[in-house]
Design a protein around this ligand. Structure first.
Ligand SMILES: [Zn+2]
Length: 480
């Protein structure tokens, strides 16, 4: 939090200061703080869980717990009985047979690419990108495509328990309008590149669009506007520097694809005599406001540099496996103290936005890759999708942990009568190795319910289905 209590990127909404004025923060941190004499404090809603997974360091799980919410913020989290005694809420969301945890953070995606799901599979990144995806985007992507594709993505993410995502794509105002309407939280980065793409004729126009977008949306309570230079191989060094300077001036994050393939590493080496990570450092881009996706081809010196500059790194295991880009050195990055988050990447290279699959793969592939089953234990994998992911995208003081003063972004999974979920010895093990996205039944962002008992409140599913069919039909018609 900064001195205004409004977080790193200076959004509006209810501030910690307001809560302190209301006397609620005197409860202090988590469960032990709910004192018996503070009975009947008003709350908007209490959410319960047979297991409360707070992701607090040192106290990740509380049995039979609850969280009290007021004005979109968590005002208490702890044992259910103590919360029930201390607070009088307008409503309570029952937690029987349910686990309550922070909403998931999908820290790298291209939401509207849901409409290219399954469009082109089983190819290497450069072939896939240059011969299939870029041409398809220039043929089909317009503001309506982004409106429908982003709505479909938000529907899929809400249903699977993602409450915050980092998006890099075209027509950013359309993306922001959809996020505003559906109630999710997002860092939205207009893609900017040297060559023309949908909605822009090249660098200068795309840069100007990004600056205008940032100025228009800065201050929104759930949307953090950002810069999205696509990659070091699609944006010149000079332009990367321009982004670094402007992002510092506007006080916004930057997200980029970095060191994704061996090919990129070789290209950057031969052009600049630097690694991709060193190139970004030379241009002034490495810093706490950088969200770097992939970072597979990074040597120990690169990793040390990323750690020293406090860069957030986003691991995308499914996309990296599918495009055979490689396996990111995540254990070494965690050892170096880097905040590592998880992303699905776009649905054209995944092919879904199910973060539970990324959690499980992050916990599994590094064990095999390092011949060590102790690497990335279950709790570390879950941290990447919650607290560490939040930190990696610059929202570590606001979301990712269920504790007093944080935004009320949380989800419930129902494990009741589900054969894949019994018996239960260790709830963290369950969430990482057994849970399915279809177990998610409740989704709340900023204290507002976006899904309850599996029913989504903020998206017109029938209309979205119809719109997706229409666009799918138009694309299919043009294919040989
Ligand atoms: Zn990507």
């Amino acid at each position: 939090m900064n001195e205004n209590g409004l977080g790193r990127y200076n959004r509006g909404g209810t501030s910690l200061l307001m809560l302190m004025v209301a006397g609620l923060l005197t409860l202090g941190p988590i469960c032990a703080s709910v004192s018996e004499d503070l009975s009947n404090i008003n709350a908007d809603v209490i959410v319960e869980g047979d297991w409360l997974v707070t992701m607090q360091p040192g106290q990740a799980v509380i049995g039979d717990g609850a969280v009290a919410v007021k004005n979109g913020l968590i005002v208490a989290a702890g044992p259910r009985q103590r919360i029930a005694t201390a607070f009088r809420a307008r409503r309570t969301i029952d937690g029987e047979g349910r686990v309550l945890l922070p909403g998931l953070v999908n820290a790298h995606t291209h939401a509207a690419m849901t409409l290219f799901r399954g469009f082109s599979d089983d190819k290497a990144l450069m072939d896939w990108l240059e011969n299939y995806i870029f041409p398809a985007e220039s043929a089909f992507v317009n503001d309506e495509f982004v409106r429908v594709g982003t709505t479909l993505a938000c529907w899929e993410m809400i249903r699977s328990g993602t409450t915050t995502f980092v998006d890099m794509y075209f027509y950013p105002d359309v993306i922001a309008e959809i996020v505003d309407q559906c109630g999710l939280r997002a860092v939205i980065a207009p893609a900017i590149m040297d060559h023309p793409f949908p909605g822009s004729n090249g660098w200068q126009e795309s840069f100007d669009i990004a600056v205008d977008f940032i100025k228009r949306w800065q201050g929104h309570e759930r949307i953090v506007p950002a810069f999205g230079p696509h990659a070091p191989y699609t944006v010149s060094a000079e332009h990367l520097r321009e982004v670094a300077v402007k992002a510092r001036e506007l006080h916004v994050p930057v997200t980029i694809h970095l060191a994704e393939t061996k090919d990129e590493f070789a290209k950057i080496q031969s052009k600049y005599k630097l690694t991709p990570v060193q190139l970004l450092d030379e241009q002034g881009l490495l810093g706490p406001n950088l969200i770097a996706a992939h970072v597979i081809w990074a040597d120990p010196a690169d990793i040390a540099l990323l750690a020293a500059r406090e860069v957030g790194v986003i691991h995308n295991p499914t996309s990296n496996l599918k495009l055979a880009s490689g396996i990111a050195p995540v254990p070494a990055m965690l050892d170096a103290g880097i905040a590592v988050g998880l992303g699905t990447d776009g649905a054209a290279s995944n092919n879904d936005l199910d973060l539970w699959e990324e959690i499980r793969l992050a916990a599994l592939i590094h064990k095999a890759h390092n011949s060590d089953p102790k690497v990335i234990p279950a709790l570390s994998a879950l941290r990447m999708a919650t607290s560490s992911g939040a930190k990696a995208i610059g929202l570590g003081d606001e979301i990712g942990v269920l504790s007093v003063g944080r935004k009320a972004d949380m989800i419930q999974l129902s494990l009741k009568n589900r054969p894949h979920a019994i018996p239960i010895f260790n709830i963290i093990s369950h969430l990482v190795y057994s849970a399915k996205s279809s177990d998610v039944v409740t989704v709340m962002v900023d204290g507002k319910v976006l899904m309850e008992n599996g029913q989504i409140a903020t998206i017109d599913e029938a209309m979205t289905l119809e719109n997706v069919r229409t666009i799918n039909h138009a694309i299919t018609k043009t294919l040989p």
